[in-house]
Structure formats: structure tokens, C-alpha cells
Design a protein around this ligand. Structure first.
Ligand code: FES
Length: 96
């Protein structure tokens, strides 16, 4: 959790069954950790969290998704997969 607090986001690609992008968009709310599969539902590029836009943005064709993974901007038409998160002291548990 402390690593996520300092960086704001962490992309985990190895050692997990599916990639996970953890985002901590609101430092005032420690329960507000987002966990998504960052695989863009358009053509599979890896989306990133854009803090100024408070949304996930795909670098390939600029699809945008809200913090719940819902589509904000085409060409993607399907939402990102999201995961449940549980915070246990400094650990972040993600149900993938
Ligand atoms: S692969 Fe993400 S918008 Fe096309």
C-alpha cells in the first residue's frame, strides 16, 4: 500500500494470471484503490491511468474508460474488467 501511495499506480504483469493495474486516485480515501485488467477491449493495448483526466486512457487509439472501467470514449465499446480489492494494513489483496 505504501508503494502505491507514493507512485499512485502500479502495473503488475508477471506472476499473476492476468495483468492488473492498481490505481490510487484519491490520497484522501485509502479505501479507494482501483484494480483493473489494463488490456484495452478495442485491440488489446495496455491502458494507463491519467490522473488529470481521472480516467484510463489507451495510448493506441485513445479509448477512455472511467474509474469503474466503463467506456467514456470510442473506439472501444466494451468496459475494462475490474477486480475487487481488499486492503489489509499495508497489503492490497486483489481477487483476479
Ligand atoms: S487498442 Fe485501445 S483504443 Fe485501440
Amino acid at each position: 500500500m505504501s508503494q502505491l501511495k507514493s507512485s499512485g499506480k502500479i502495473l503488475i504483469k508477471s506472476g499473476v494470471p492476468t495483468p492488473v493495474l492498481l490505481v490510487f486516485p484519491n490520497p484522501q480515501n485509502a479505501t479507494n484503490v482501483l484494480a483493473v485488467d489494463p488490456t484495452c477491449t478495442h485491440k488489446g493495448c495496455t491502458v494507463d491511468w491519467n490522473f488529470s483526466q481521472s480516467s484510463f486512457v489507451c495510448p493506441c487509439h485513445n479509448s477512455r474508460f472511467d474509474q469503474d472501467g466503463e467506456v467514456l470514449g470510442a473506439p472501444a465499446t466494451e468496459p475494462l474488467n475490474t477486480y475487487d480489492v481488499k486492503i489489509d494494513n499495508d497489503l492490497i489483496l486483489v481477487a483476479v
